[in-house]
Design a protein around this ligand. Sequence first.
Ligand code: FAD
Length: 509
Amino acid sequence: MTIRTGAQYIENLRKNPREVWLRGERVEDVTRHPAFKRPIEQIARLYDRQHDPELTDRLTRPGPNGPVPISFVPPRSVEDLRARHEAFRIVAEATLGLMGRSPDFLNTMVMAFAEEPAVFERLGPRYADNVRRYFEYVRDSDLFLTHALITPQTDRSRTGAQQQDPFLHMGVVEETDEGLIVRGARMLATLAPMADEMLISNLPGLRPGDEKHAAVFAVPIETPGLRLISREPYDDGTRNSFDHPLSAHFEEADSLVVFDDVLVPWDRVFLHGDVDLANALYAETNLRQHTGHQTGVRGLVKMQFITGVLMKLAQSVKIDSFLHVQQKLGEAIAATEICRALLTAAETDYETTSTGAVRPRFEALQTLRMHLSGSYPKLAETLQVLGAGGLLMMPSAEDFDSPIGPDIAKYFQGADSLDATERVRLYKLAWDLCGDAFGQRAVQYERYYAGDPVRLLAMNYLAYDKSACFSLVDRALGLAGPPGDAVAAVRAATADGEPTGVTGAGGRP
Ligand SMILES: Cc1cc2nc3c(=O)[nH]c(=O)nc-3n(C[C@H](O)[C@H](O)[C@H](O)COP(=O)(O)OP(=O)(O)OC[C@H]3O[C@@H](n4cnc5c(N)ncnc54)[C@H](O)[C@@H]3O)c2cc1C
């Protein structure tokens, strides 16, 4: 098997029925269900793009049995990093940056795992072998992975082991000859109903006592006992693409994942029972760099998109003639350009690993993650502010061809006789992006996709190499000298009648 087509991806979903629940009902076939059909088609298009003669050289590289997606290929030079950036950009632009968990995202994660076998070997050579074989399997089968890191929000003041039921948060109940038996839930796996495989790992933060919860493994979505409880869809398949241009195409179903005593075969286990190693994985494989590269490029595309909508909306009714609106648009452009600059910095200041592989610079990518979590929600709010009442006061697609059509054409025009259809189309797009439930999820996604921004920023403080900042402060502190000497120096200078350089409180020397 080599790169798949969209039809092959859909056929694989159809052939492998999974346990998906939506609104209290079991979904028989996700490929035919109206809530999942359109997003599946979007993912299928991404697979088809790999076969597009215009794009194939940019999206794929030769593999052992034929071309493989470039996201699986470990970078060895800055040129490789730029080529990966270009491939991530092509994928992200196809979904306007709105499908955060496109297949290339987790491809980078398994590639990062496979690049650092020594980390998994600490538990035993078979775990490193499992990682390598799994990586080759998903790469050569071009599979689509989802992942679930987060535990349900039952009681955040307690660890997984301290919850009332020790297997409410997913954990290993038993080790058997065949593998691990896993029970409990993980809170969130985006696009899980339409993925091929579920990758489980931990966010750093496990504590001693959490050994049963320290587990990294992968299973097919259709594994018996694996249950997906999908959230209420924003588009149930009935929305038209004039009134809801984004949600009618890019809905990303999120699911709670329940493991009902799921058997994870030993060859699919990459780590278990070791809290320290599970906590170390994020930093000690190159996963945080490689995933951050993909999410950063995708984030840049989404920022460009919302900035474009902001500017077009402002122009459509000429509010861009006002100074404060220009200032807001200038801020949006600056926030977007910061993303681009951070990506350039991450790629240009790349780091070389002990194995000779390269990875984008972590500090720049981490800054980008934190920047996106604050700046995207701010731009969505700016869109609400600039769109104001107009965002709500738009007619429906049906109104245009109805007896009130002439009213619509007249009263919904924009500046310079902008046609009502064009203006309404633009405002509908803006509302989907910043107001509708779909848009609110898109905001929540940027705020949280990389983890809790509060703890990310705190970790940034704790882990930062502070030496350059501190050496400047130390030089400044050294200027002061011992207090007695400083006072004596001023007294001596004053007694000599020389200027002291002090001009009073707050004065400048
Ligand atoms: C749209 C969307 C899609 C997502 N997709 C995925 C996915 O595909 N796979 C996946 O694994 N995850 C996914 N996530 C989950 C994401 O990783 C988490 O939302 C994120 O890590 C925050 O965790 P939480 O939601 O459990 O919030 P919590 O950790 O419960 O935090 C809630 C609030 O409490 C505070 N808080 C809680 N605990 C602490 C603490 N110990 N110290 C300080 N403050 C604390 C936080 O600051 C925050 O304000 C997705 C999230 C969203 C919103």
